[in-house]
Structure formats: C-alpha cells, structure tokens
Design a protein around this ligand. Structure first.
Ligand code: SAM
Length: 267
C-alpha cells in the first residue's frame, strides 16, 4: 500500500475534524461581543438582566411548545424512579418544579445567575414545593457535590451556555450515580430545507426582534438565537456525550427538529 493511501484521512477522521473545528477552533458565541469578560461572566450578567421577563418571553418565542418538550424530558426521567435529581442551569426552575409535581422527592436546582434563581424561588414558594426543591448558586463546570450523588441530572437549554462544554458534562457524569440517567433538552437545527428556512427566519429575525421590542437587553436574544444555530446537535452532540464517558446515548428530535432531547447513562 502506498504511503499516500495510508495518510488519506477516513470519513470518520474528517467528521471528527470538522466537529473539533466547530467546537474548539471557531470563536465562542458570547452575549456581548465587545466585552472582555469571560463567557461565564457575560452569561451570568445577561440572565440576571433578563430574569424578570425570561419566562414570558420564553413562551412567546417557542409559541408555548417548550412546555411539551419539557414534559417529554421529565416523563422519561421520572420513569427511572429517581429519588434525588440535580437540575443543572435550572434558571427560574421550570424543570425542577415539574419534577417535584411528578413526585420526585428531592431536587436541587443549580444556576450561575442569582437573578434567575430568585424568580425560581418565588415560583417554588407560591406552589408550596419548598420541601422538595432546593435552589443553589453554582457553576456546572465545578460542582460542589460528592461523586455519585444523584440518581438523575437534567439540563434544559443550559448546555449551550456553558463556557467549557466538556468540563460541564464531565462534572455531571462525576456527580451521577452509576446507572444514573442524564436528560438534556436543547435547541437543534431542522434538516428539512423548507423547515430550516422557517427556523432561520425565526432565529435571525423574529427572536432578536422580539428581544429588542420587549427586553431591556437587546443583545440577549441575538445571543440566544446565534448560540442556538452554532451549537452541535443530534449525532454531533451524541459524539460529545460519548467522548466524555456517557453510555447508551440516544437523541429524540422534537417538533420538526427545532429541539432535541438527549439521554445518556453512567456505567
Ligand atoms: C436559557 S436558560 C435555561 C433555564 C432553564 N433551565 C429553562 O429551561 O428555562 C440558561 C441558564 O443556564 C445558566 N447557566 C449558564 N452557564 C451555567 C453554568 N456554567 N453553571 C450553571 N448555570 C449556568 C444561566 O444562568 C441560565 O439561567
């Protein structure tokens, strides 16, 4: 065999290389292009700023369909009968609340943004779920929990905001018990060209437009749409979960592929 043939990269090499380039060699998408602060600091500041309007705008932007995606995620997590669940990047606590309503006895909601957590705490108090849900400030990339603490971990629309995605996922794997289940809900890009066109119009025009009209922080909704279109999805994201050490990984596309559920377990 000639050396030229030996050096020719395989299809798998090329796929991995393009994934690597997209993940690590392109500029990170950050909320404030001209800021010197780290992505983490910017993300925290941005979510603190929009915390009061986050829930309402979320419903408008997704036409309320996010509620169905969340329910689909929770249903599968609850089927595994977890006692103790960590909801990473819990924000205003929607997943944590739904988990408690579905009978999970002990839930910890963790987030970087004190502003988002405060809104969540009010909702939890209002619903009388304070004995089941604890809301704590924390960073997914440096979790303060012991190894093997949780039966399940959930993350909704959080992973694409991590500054270091792999570090966050590794930390989640560390705190999961062996056999524990990870469930993630994240945006993805539809593959059907016509649906994709509609999705791009929604992301590039409607989302930043609605943000500029109704939000105190015009940049925030530009960031949310840009980060959604740049983030790895479906099989690309599954490759990342597997590279970190999750097993039995699978994805389930939601609503024409505009969002995706991902599941993985710890050995
Ligand atoms: C789009 S919101 C999602 C909130 C909530 N999970 C939901 O479904 O509505 C993203 C959240 O991720 C949080 N976040 C981003 N990076 C984080 C990190 N490294 N550790 C913990 N929380 C983080 C932000 O503060 C924000 O509240």
């Amino acid at each position: 065999m000639s050396s030229k043939l030996l050096l020719k990269p395989s299809f798998a090499d090329n796929t991995l290389l393009s994934l690597h380039k997209r993940l690590f060699m392109s500029k990170p998408v950050v909320p404030y292009k001209n800021s010197e602060a780290s992505k983490k600091k910017q993300v925290q500041k941005m979510f603190d700023g929009i915390s009061g309007e986050y829930d309402d705008l979320n419903r408008v932007i997704t036409f309320g369909i996010d509620l169905k995606w969340r329910r689909n995620l929770i249903r599968q997590i609850v089927q595994s009968n977890p006692n103790r669940v960590l909801d990473v990047a819990t924000g205003t606590g929607d997943l944590a609340i739904e988990l408690a309503q579905r009978g999970v006895p002990e839930i910890t909601g963790l987030d970087l943004s004190p502003g988002m957590l405060e809104i969540g705490k009010d909702k939890i108090k209002y619903q009388g779920l304070g004995t089941h849900i604890k809301m704590v400030i924390g960073d997914s990339e440096q979790l303060s929990f012991e190894d093997n603490t949780f039966d399940a971990v959930t993350v909704a629309f959080g992973v694409r905001n991590f500054e270091n995605l792999k570090m966050g996922l590794k930390e989640i794997l560390r705190v999961l018990k062996p056999g524990g289940l990870l469930g993630i809900l994240e945006t993805s890009v539809p593959s059907n060209p016509i649906v994709k066109m509609g999705y791009m119009l929604h992301s590039n025009l409607l989302l930043p437009g609605v943000g500029k009209l109704f939000s105190k922080d015009g940049n925030a909704y530009g960031y949310l749409s840009k980060s959604a279109t740049k983030f790895p999805y479906r099989s690309d994201f599954i490759s990342i979960l597997e590279s970190v050490g999750f097993i039995n990984c699978k994805y389930e596309s939601q609503t024409l592929g505009v969002a995706c559920l991902y599941f993985g377990s710890k050995l």
